[in-house]
Design a protein around this ligand. Structure first.
Ligand SMILES: NC(=O)c1ccc[n+]([C@@H]2O[C@H](COP(=O)([O-])OP(=O)(O)OC[C@H]3O[C@@H](n4cnc5c(N)ncnc54)[C@H](OP(=O)(O)O)[C@@H]3O)[C@@H](O)[C@H]2O)c1
Length: 195
């Protein structure tokens, strides 16, 4: 398969690209990657798909949202979070539906804070839960046998280590990547995987 991985230089995305590269052709995309895209900019997403043409699958392991107590979240924090991790990936799904081959797949990334919030996660929890709702609905409408799924990773061990946080409960990026592979190579649609 020809597969676009958006965020392919990141902690999760690099592991996903590595895992998929074993048997597929991966087009590594990000703001500074081989294929350039900024998911916060709808025109940039359209340009990516125009440049890559037909692909069999699209994976997004990108998207930022602000972690801050609700009393401190500004209008700009909400606008940024919604435009980047939520609408960025919603727009990836919308554009990918027009470019993915028959029977192909689209996989986007939410996160554990959508279901298990913590103080400071208000904007992120909003974005993650919204993305999961959208993807389930998009799976119902996707034409030509195209599948739409979400991966909701827990804290990734490499990220916890980089932040100096306790590693307990973390999952290695390589293990999380296997769930993305399952989404790409499997037959399920409308699923939120919670590795
Ligand atoms: N790591 C965790 O513990 C964890 C847990 C749950 C959920 N998640 C979610 O998983 C996703 C990936 O997390 P990560 O930790 O792997 O992130 P990361 O290490 O910061 O990597 C982010 C990747 O996305 C690209 N990127 C960033 N902004 C982009 C944009 N606007 N348009 C296109 N590409 C962009 C980056 O490359 P460029 O700089 O070149 O653009 C990079 O390749 C995020 O949505 C995060 O919220 C992560």
């Amino acid at each position: 398969m020809r597969i676009i991985v958006i965020g392919a230089t990141g902690t999760i995305g690099r592991a996903v690209a590595d895992a998929l590269s074993a048997t597929h052709t991966v087009i590594a995309a990000s703001r500074h990657g081989d294929a350039r895209v900024d998911i916060a900019d709808p025109a940039s997403i359209r340009a990516l798909f125009a440049a890559t043409g037909r692909v069999d699958a699209v994976v997004s392991a990108a998207g930022a949202a602000r972690f801050r107590p609700i009393a401190e979240l500004t209008d700009e924090d909400f606008a940024f979070s919604l435009a980047n991790k939520l609408m960025g990936q919603v727009n990836v799904v919308r554009e990918a539906i027009a470019h993915v081959a028959d029977g192909g797949s689209i996989t986007v990334t939410s996160g554990v804070l959508g279901q298990q919030p913590s103080p400071g996660s208000g904007a992120i929890s909003l974005v993650n839960a919204g993305l999961e709702g959208f993807a389930r609905a998009a799976a119902l409408e996707a034409p030509r046998g195209i599948r739409v799924n979400v991966v909701s990773p827990p804290w990734i061990t490499e990220t916890l280590r980089a932040l100096g946080m306790p590693l307990e409960g973390g999952l290695d990026a390589a293990a999380a990547a296997q769930v993305y592979v399952q989404s790409v190579e499997g037959t399920e649609t409308g699923v939120v995987y919670r590795p």
